[in-house]
Design a protein around this ligand. Structure first.
Ligand code: HEC
Ligand code: HEC
Ligand code: HEC
Length: 384
């Protein structure tokens, strides 16, 4: 078995026996002990006033992840659990692995005052804190010392995207069939929505996050399909849409780690080679340089693709998935340009229309989408 096919649980314990190989592949971490969010919340640490100390409050009051456990108690979760034939969602590793990850940790790795049902909390993302909790505030500790002591290197967008994608990209097909919402990963907008309790270093980091996130999503999707071929129209279309976006964007932006256009009837080796290409792109994208010129050029190239939709160059399900990925790309590019120039591109109405078009792909209308994409392009030209 290849190393990539091994499921590594997010919290480092040996894979829970109920999780089979096709369950999502989780992120690796050091074997430390978890102190729980209670260990981070003191007012002199991350539970204080002011931007520098308020991370606990941002998470506790605004972050979706604090509700990840309680969601498992609602009627929607009960219905999903029932159709999967599991007794309760809140105790099943098939749900808690993403919604309440501390529950899967062996008791000897939890300090006594931890609440295992605190949802997706500090250490889920930053790594078990026992190895660095005391030291990480020392003056003589650099960022690298902290990472060496087991803190996850989330400043690396490659590591960050991989950490989020562990829960936000691949879902076992049975869970989808049982009514779980589809997962659709896009690092830039989802980090803003979390919301961020940190500042990213520079003005163009949003685009770097967008492309790194799409590449990591493609890698994970390709890995999942290579290890468990689905061969149904929907799975292939979903993969095709994302691979098409990465291939089209890397070629338009002349990014030095290109992705090949996806095969229409992919086999296992197509998925495996796409996994490799996507990983290389993710590494490249995480350190990519963007400027107003390069963002503008890519936006113009992507906005000029309406004929691909009006000429029906693929099946409707494939075109729908491509459109959905394309709209997100247009949105993140426009957003980055707006943030960096101090004046807004007047394309909001056209962009909203495009979002509307891809909201439910069951009724995707490729000709209408092509017309709306053309309207977006015209508005962009006028905006200068
Ligand atoms: C691979 C990780 C993963 C697994 C496993 C998983 N979920 Fe989820 N679940 C998510 C993510 C991520 C979301 C948020 C989706 C979004 O809105 O983008 C979510 C959303 C949900 C929602 C909708 C919540 C809302 O606020 O609308 C419900 C209900 C839910 N999950 C129940 C379950 C149940 C029940 C199980 C087990 C049978 C389960 N999940 C297993 C990752 C997972
Ligand atoms: C869903 C994942 C996630 C969760 C949960 C999370 N963080 Fe973060 N955190 C991040 C990411 C991503 C960054 C940005 C990278 C970095 O600065 O290390 C970050 C950055 C930080 C920073 C650096 C802030 C800065 O501006 O440099 C602190 C401090 C922090 N988090 C503390 C916490 C605390 C305390 C909690 C729990 C109350 C928490 N985080 C929960 C993902 C998370
Ligand atoms: C351990 C699994 C896990 C990790 C790691 C994780 N999430 Fe989540 N996330 C979830 C679950 C489960 C939900 C659903 C919670 C709910 O609906 O109440 C969720 C919900 C969200 C939501 C709200 C729903 C949506 O999709 O708009 C955002 C935004 C989000 N996560 C962003 C992130 C980002 C950014 C990262 C990485 C920095 C991250 N998450 C890492 C499990 C995770």
């Amino acid at each position: 078995m290849s190393l990539r096919a091994v499921t590594i649980c997010i919290l480092g314990l040996a894979v829970a026996p109920v999780l089979r190989a096709k369950e999502p592949r989780q992120i690796q971490e050091s074997g430390g002990t978890f102190v729980g969010s209670v260990g981070c919340k003191s007012s002199s640490c991350h539970g204080g006033a002011g931007e520098k100390r308020s991370q606990y409050f941002t998470w506790n009051r605004k972050d979706f992840h604090t509700k990840a456990f309680t969601v498992l108690l609602d009627s929607r979760s009960a219905r999903i659990a029932e159709s999967l034939g599991i007794p309760t969602a809140q105790t099943s590793a098939r749900c808690t692995v993403c919604h309440s990850p501390l529950q899967s940790v062996a008791l000897n790795r939890l300090t006594p005052n931890v609440h295992p049902d605190e949802g997706v909390s500090c250490e889920t993302c930053h790594g078990a804190a026992s190895g660095w909790l005391r030291g990480h505030t020392r003056q003589d500790w650099t960022y690298n010392t902290r990472v060496g002591a087991g803190m996850r290197d989330l400043r690396s967008l490659y590591v960050r995207a991989t950490a989020c994608a562990a829960c936000h990209q691949s879902l076992a097909p049975e869970l989808l069939k049982a009514g779980h919402p589809d997962l659709f990963f896009e690092l830039d907008s989802q980090s803003v929505a979390e919301p961020k309790h940190w500042k990213d270093d520079d003005a163009w980091s949003g685009l770097r996050e967008w492309l790194t996130g799409q590449a990591v999503a493609l890698r994970e999707m390709s890995w999942a399909l290579a290890s468990d071929l689905q061969n149904d129209e929907w799975s292939n279309a979903r993969w095709n849409g994302l691979a098409w976006l990465c291939a089209t964007a890397t070629s338009a932006a002349a990014i030095s780690s290109p992705v090949t256009q996806p095969s229409i009837s992919p086999n296992r080796s197509d998925f495996t080679s796409m996994q490799t290409e996507a990983d290389a792109l993710a590494r490249r994208a995480s350190v990519s340089n963007w400027s107003e010129g390069s963002a503008r050029n890519l936006l113009a190239s992507l906005a000029a693709l309406d004929s691909e939709f009006s000429a029906r160059t693929a099946t409707v399900p494939v075109l729908g998935q491509r459109a959905k990925r394309l709209v997100l790309a247009l949105d993140r590019l426009a957003n980055a340009l707006n943030q960096n120039r101090g004046w807004r591109l007047k394309v909001d109405a056209e962009l909203n229309q495009l979002f509307q078009d891809v909201k439910t792909l069951d009724s995707f209308d490729a000709s209408a989408f092509a017309a709306h994409l053309k309207a977006f392009r015209d508005a962009l030209d006028k905006a200068g």
